[in-house]
Write a protein that binds this ligand. Sequence first.
Ligand code: NAD
Ligand code: USQ
Length: 397
Amino acid sequence: MKIAILGGDGFVGWPTSLHLSSLGHEIHIVDNLSRRWIDTELGVQSLTPMDSIQERCRIWREVTGRRLSFHFLDIAKEYDRFKAWLEEHRPDAVIHFAEQRAAPYSMKSDRHKVYTVNNNVNATHNVLAALVETGIDAHLVHLGTMGVYGYSTIGAAIPEGYLPVGIETLGGETVQQEILYPTRPGSVYHMTKSLDQILFQFYAQNDGLRITDLHQGIVWGTHTEQTRLHPQLVNRFDYDGDYGTVLNRFLIQAAIGYPLTVHGTGGQTRAFIHIQDSVRCIELALGDAPKQGERVRIFNQMTETHRVRDLANLVARLTGAEVAFLPNPRKEAEENDLIVQNDQFLALGLDPIRLQDGLLAEVVDVAKKFAHRIDRSRVPAVSAWTKDIAARVDRDP
Ligand code: NAD
Ligand code: USQ
């Protein structure tokens, strides 16, 4: 297949590009490199040294003989260029990673909220409008988030996207319907993914676009089979207070002797998936495209759930790190349970990688190797969800 990978220079997009290229697909990475600019804005850098995207593609060619094409383009701001690009390349599938993906970054200030909404909602809508206008019947695979469901404890498993409801008619009969699971986003970033869902629903119904939305949990780890092939193919690894995700942060903190930064009681339960499984799920979803006229296909792309304080204790046991319970800069439930259905990927043959000491230790080793690149002052998470929380967190030692 000819596959366009929008956001293919990012943490999940890069290993996905390599994985699908190694399977023989023709890969076109489309990216505006905004993630690299945000590193500059924040004064941080990936733990792992990343080469330019052009250099990464050159190395891949050298190592495997396979070609990756890179196209510098802003999906959100350059609609006409993007439409012309699609018209010229006519991909069989489009994988859409090209959004601002950090919840803390999206809550930093009003400017960051506005940027996140403009970038994410426009990027998604531009892709949809351009597919309709060009008449390209590509399968669109979007990376969404488990966070659209919210984290209120309901004592029932979260289904894959849709909720069956019985509605009583005026005649007193009960009619069964399936609706999109009600969204309850916990940040402006997560809210944009909720908005994306409505855009998908409309375009699938109105124009027959074939769309798969992957509600992904928190991705951890760094290497995949392909990124290991050469030091310059290494994946990015975010550790800072905005972009670093919880488990990867705990692992680098352990590596540099920084107390593990648990927010609040650490009673938050979240869904997780290893980066290797993430790229495998995308491959499986690609191979199982919906038909024209079918509703949006939604998968829960996660393999296990964990409570934050349990993860901290696990990493502490493994490495001897200390655990610090800090005031929570976010507005979120202090304690929640989470049960998630993920039967569809299991049925397609996913054999999940579970959190295991070996893999955790491997990430700590990566962190130790590049520890000299870590700026400790960028480790704390300082982005507060509300002005009240900002004032409170500031006063706390
Ligand atoms: P990332 O920030 O590392 O990568 C996103 C890429 O998209 C970057 O290379 C960026 O430059 C590019 N991009 C952003 N806006 C663009 C635009 N307007 N035009 C062109 N390119 C643009 O993020 P990631 O961690 O690789 O996540 C990829 C996707 O997966 C995101 O949509 C995210 O919401 C979703 N996701 C990520 C995680 C996770 O834990 N990392 C978990 C669940 C879902
Ligand atoms: N947390 C800590 N300490 C830290 C960092 C985070 O206790 O140092 C807590 C947070 O308060 C939160 C939980 O850990 O309760 C998860 O935070 P996170 O930053 O790992 O994850 P999140 O903000 O939800 O976002 C990440 C990705 C996002 C993706 C989402 C999947 O950045 O792109 O959509 O995970 S999910 O969480 O399933 O919605």
